[in-house]
Write a protein that binds this ligand. Structure first.
Ligand SMILES: [Zn+2]
Length: 283
């Protein structure tokens, strides 16, 4: 059983205000409960702040996996209270970026950017830098595979497997980038084949192109095509544009579901929503 809870679902920058009350305004963070004796977190956007307020109740080790170092994926860390807990172990597995800058999440805690310096944090923080080999990571009962994102300065997508269940986290990712493509559609299909859940960047509408071509995010229609091709059971539309209102997210979801029906596919689709979740496998 892997129980996911979304703490941040927005791309680029947070989106507070009356138009984002339903889906939420925090930047990316997903919490994964696995019945292992550690906490597992994806990305450290502003959503990690309220998650941290819950995690300070214990001292279990934390594994934080970063997709990449763009600010919306690391900006919550200076406010993550477990980082200020003595005797807390925090292992940060960084994304495979170009250039490789595994210390980026800590480097924002210094000088002109933030009043606390990273060496003043009380937790025992280990940075585990991604290498181009991208060997599988094994954490307790969970096996994690990685693939490189199509995104400016790249990054890592993650595939989680446990007891025959699986889900993939693929953000920020442009499926058909105009320039260098680290991962082709065929490679994505192989990587995510038959997953129970695919969380994929769908920041844009098809009409946003070509204006947003090369920005490193995908339109929802290409994500639907990929999910069907890869025989995904359930697709989660993720990384909502910070200008996208709740109403527009609902419109995107509705037309995505119409497209699935028109294609006679059995794919289930939902839009990521803060503090809502999804359980992969039996509870
Ligand atoms: Zn990014």
């Amino acid at each position: 059983m892997m129980k996911l809870t979304f703490y941040g679902v927005r791309g680029s920058i947070s989106a507070p205000g009356k138009d984002s009350l339903k889906y939420g305004g925090n930047t990316p963070c997903v919490y994964i409960e696995t019945k292992n004796d550690f906490h597992l977190i994806l990305d450290s956007g502003s959503g990690i702040i309220s998650l941290g307020d819950l995690l300070i109740k214990d001292h279990k080790p934390i594994y934080l996996l970063l997709s990449h170092n763009h600010w919306d994926h690391i900006q919550g860390f200076p406010f993550f209270r477990p980082a200020y807990q003595k005797d807390r172990e925090i292992n940060i597995i960084t994304g495979l970026t170009e250039p490789s800058e595994p210390q980026a999440i800590l480097n924002q805690l210094q000088g002109t950017y933030f009043p606390v310096n990273s060496d003043e944090l009380l937790a025992n923080i280990n940075i585990v830098a991604a290498t181009p080999m991208l060997d599988p990571i094994i954490l307790g009962t969970v096996t994690i595979l990685r693939h490189q994102l199509n995104h400016p300065s790249a990054g890592s997508a993650y595939l989680f497997k446990q007891n025959g269940n699986s889900f993939a986290y693929v953000t920020d990712n442009e499926l058909q980038p105009p320039n260098h493509q680290f991962t082709t559609i065929e490679q994505w299909v192989d990587f995510i084949q038959d997953v129970d859940l695919l969380i994929h960047d769908s920041q844009y509408f098809p009409e946003d192109f070509p204006a947003k071509s090369g920005w490193g995010h995908s339109p929802w229609d290409q994500v639907i095509d990929l999910a069907i091709k890869a025989n995904v059971d359930t697709l989660c539309l993720f990384s909502h544009d910070y200008r996208r209102s709740d109403k527009e997210i609902e419109q995107m979801l509705a037309i995505a579901q119409v497209k699935v029906k028109q294609l006679n596919a059995s794919l289930k689709v939902f839009a990521a929503r803060e503090l809502c979740g999804f359980t992969v496998g039996e509870e």
